[in-house]
Design a protein around this ligand. Structure first.
Ligand SMILES: *Cc1c(COP(=O)(O)O)cnc(C)c1O
Length: 424
């Protein structure tokens, strides 16, 4: 059969019921699985048999949804985690340990920035942040002999910086390490980073993938393309693991060495497994991902155009808008659209921004982005509240800035609410 379109894979990939089996992905809400002999169960612990034994390592609901995400991203395998934060941590920690170093784009989600600059440091892993728009030579200069990964967001939250994925992949591969990208905002519907050279893709599935703000979750996808043995920098993958009777992941699992090590070591030792019920909700959300993302992008573009023309708006930042600094990169990597998130300024500074937000009727104030309901947030007064005016300016967050996550309501209702609140 021809390669299926992503709209079809959103619905069908990852689960093919056999004769008489449930049509929807079943919720297997069980921590454990029963066997007839201890011999059989022992073989599972030695990684010699196929079968489920404990949900921290494998669960049929979690695995079906992970397989769907792997198919959507064009990866060789994937694993689900309990949150996007856990996915970011596992994606890096799977190949980097105390003494190691990571080069990361500075345009990353605040939670990722804290994970990298505070918590990884406590584990002996240091991170150097680079400007993603800097020339390749400048980014390469941040690498050290102990660097084990290059990290970036394909469409950064909240700055909406679009990553030159091919440039980043070229740098990572020249330096002998994988490129790990967070693809939460574009989703595979708008961008498949593996097609442009990314090696590992991670997600906060709490955003568009779930799409309804009902279940926290994360995912890590292994492209299966990085040659760990040729690089020579990853003994954890290419040398025997004493905690699994000397298993060598690259030999036992080939193209899925990385993702199997992540599950067998990190899930085993650290947990962070999603509940099968949450994975079921994620699976239901994924079925409509392509439809929803299309509407999010159409609505966001229309809202961005409306705001750009409005006399009370000082600036609009949306990479899908011609004139944006990232318009050309967005067209190259996400020609179908970027995402539903926009930031803009209300003339009159902090007070005007707050007054506008408080006057909204349909659109709600919430600390979330990327779900079906349109919401707004005032970064200077909430997520970045601790920063001084100078620090805010350095992060590119003005006191007048509003972050708007455009949902999938009817566009006329959204524009009517924005218009009345701006007139307020
Ligand atoms: C929300 C988010 C995360 C963290 O995900 P959680 O599911 O909230 O833990 C990571 N990366 C990006 C880009 C995000 O938007």
């Amino acid at each position: 059969m021809d390669k299926r379109r992503i709209e079809t894979d959103c619905i069908h990939a990852g689960y093919s019921p056999k004769n008489g089996e449930p049509r929807a992905i079943p919720i297997i809400q069980s921590t454990t699985f029963k066997y007839d002999s201890s011999e059989e169960m022992g073989r599972l612990f030695d990684l010699q048999g196929q079968g489920y034994f404990y949900t921290r390592l494998q669960n049929p609901t979690n695995d079906a949804v992970a397989a769907k995400i792997a198919a959507l991203e064009g990866g060789a395998g994937a694993a689900l985690t309990a949150s996007g934060q856990a996915a970011a941590f596992y994606a890096v920690f799977n190949i980097c340990e105390a003494g190691g170093h990571v080069v990361s784009s500075s345009a990353v989600y605040g939670g990722t920035f804290n994970l990298f600059s505070v918590t990884l440091k406590k584990l002996g892993i240091s991170v150097t942040f680079v400007d993603p728009d800097a020339p390749a030579a400048e980014i390469e200069a941040a690498f050290r002999p102990e660097t084990r990964a290059l990290f970036a967001e394909t469409l950064a939250n909240p700055s909406l910086v679009v990553l030159d994925i091919a440039k980043f992949a070229g740098i990572a591969h020249k330096m002998g390490v994988p490129l790990i990208v967070d693809n939460t905002f574009p989703t595979p519907v708008n961008c498949r980073p593996i097609d442009f050279g990314a090696d590992i893709v991670m997600h906060s599935t709490s955003k568009y993938m779930d799409g309804h703000a009902v279940a926290l979750g994360g995912a890590v996808v292994d492209s299966g393309r990085f040659d760990w043995a040729a690089s020579g920098k990853f003994p954890g993958l290419t040398e025997p693991d004493p905690s699994y009777h000397g298993t060598v992941y690259t030999e036992s699992f080939g193209a899925t060495a990385y993702i199997n090590k992540l599950v067998l070591q990190l899930m085993r030792d650290l947990g962070s497994v999603p509940s099968p019920f949450n994975s079921f909700l994620l699976g239901v959300g994924l079925e409509t991902l392509a439809l929803r993302v299309e509407r999010h992008c159409a609505n966001a573009l229309a809202v961005a155009r409306f705001l750009k023309e409005h006399p009370k708006v000082s600036f609009v930042n949306y990479p899908g808008l011609p004139g944006s600094k990232y318009y050309a990169l967005a067209q190259q990597y996400m020609p179908k659209g970027t995402c539903g998130v926009i930031s803009f300024g209300v003339k009159g500074g902090r007070q005007a921004a707050v007054r506008f937000m408080d006057a909204l009727k349909l659109i709600s104030i919430a600390t979330h982005v990327a779900d079906s309901k349109t919401c707004v947030l005032h970064p200077a007064g909430t997520t970045h509240r601790q920063l001084s005016s100078e620090e805010l300016a350095r992060c590119g967050i003005g006191e007048d800035m509003v972050r708007l996550s455009v949902g999938i309501e009817h566009i006329d209702d959204l524009i009517a609410d924005l218009a009345q609140a701006l007139e307020n």
